[in-house]
Design a protein around this ligand. Structure first.
Ligand code: PDD
Length: 281
């Protein structure tokens, strides 16, 4: 893939030429929201759901949508390069203000930026995972660009030879630092219910749809840290990593230390669905 094309405030340009002011509130305060949307075979997957979540995030930070869904669709399609699997990153901030002041500018002009990146092909690498207290703020349902806690947690995982951190708030699992969490407890697939403490993952909802289609019993309910420690299987979901089996939690094997049978079933179903989606164009 040649250098990505970026969209910045109405113009397309090579990504390396896309520049913003140091007075941008995204840069100064992390005052903005984002989305990451996968594309298979040159088609954006679950685009409507991602754009709806973007609207919710924008509403939650009191910023008017800078583009309509149909404008987003046109822009994002323009950024895709070829038919390989890619993900599009898009970000909307409260824009450049005349000076650094925490309160909103009176007439914000949002900064809108987006570009596509190739995604890794092939099955995911089984993950080793740590648990950690959820040290983030209370509004994790907003897909905010303010990700310092997530950054520090992911780096800690990396330095301890792990791939992700599963976060625990008041004894219950919320989500991963950049993923949602599923566990198989006594043969039932369990994932925490949507709340302000976790991002309503688009892949999470898709995996629940697949579970329903497979007649696999599942529950959206509180998942306790103690249950997680004895889960038969643990999975992580996200738009860029899809459905990842966890084989080690806090240094101990999950199940028999290999990707489990339910993961294999749903992973296959996920890939079949993607293949059909690619062909639908
Ligand atoms: N992150 N929870 C958090 C905190 C996330 O950052 C993500 C995804 C998810 C999964 O959501 P979805 O299935 O809609 O991708 C859950 C993206 C991929 C990122 O920050 O790069």
């Amino acid at each position: 893939m040649s250098e990505a094309i970026a969209y910045l405030n109405g113009e397309f340009m090579p990504l390396g030429r896309a520049k913003i002011s140091v007075l941008d509130r995204g840069f100064l305060f992390g005052d903005g929201v984002y989305e990451v949307i996968p594309a298979y075979g040159g088609r954006l997957f679950r685009l409507d759901q991602h754009l709806q979540r973007l609207d919710h995030s924008l509403r939650a930070i009191r910023l008017d949508p800078p583009l309509t869904h149909s404008q987003w669709r046109t822009v994002l399609r323009e950024l895709l390069q070829g038919d390989g699997d890619q993900s599009v990153y898009l970000q909307v901030t409260r824009g450049v203000a005349p000076r650094r002041d925490h309160t909103f500018p009176s007439r914000p002009r949002p900064t809108v930026v987006a570009w596509a990146t190739p995604m890794d092909a092939g099955p995911p690498r089984p993950a080793r995972v740590l648990t950690h207290e959820d040290i983030r703020w209370q509004w994790c349902h907003i897909k905010a660009i303010t990700l310092l806690a997530n950054v520090l947690l992911r780096q800690e995982a990396l330095e301890r030879d792990c791939h992700e951190v599963i976060l625990i708030r008041d004894g219950k699992v919320t989500e991963g630092a950049a993923s949602n969490v599923f566990a198989v407890i006594d043969g039932v697939l369990v994932t925490p219910p949507k709340s302000r403490h976790l991002l309503p993952g688009i892949t999470r909802d898709f995996v629940l749809e697949l579970a329903r289609a497979e007649n696999l019993p599942f529950q959206e309910r509180d998942l306790y840290a103690g249950e997680l420690a004895h889960a038969g299987e643990i999975w992580l979901t996200s738009s860029t990593r899809e459905l990842v089996p966890v084989i080690e939690l806090d240094g101990k094997p999950v199940g028999d230390g290999r990707p489990g049978p339910l993961w294999q079933r749903l992973y296959r179903r996920f890939q079949d669905y993607k293949q059909a989606f690619r062909r639908e164009r």
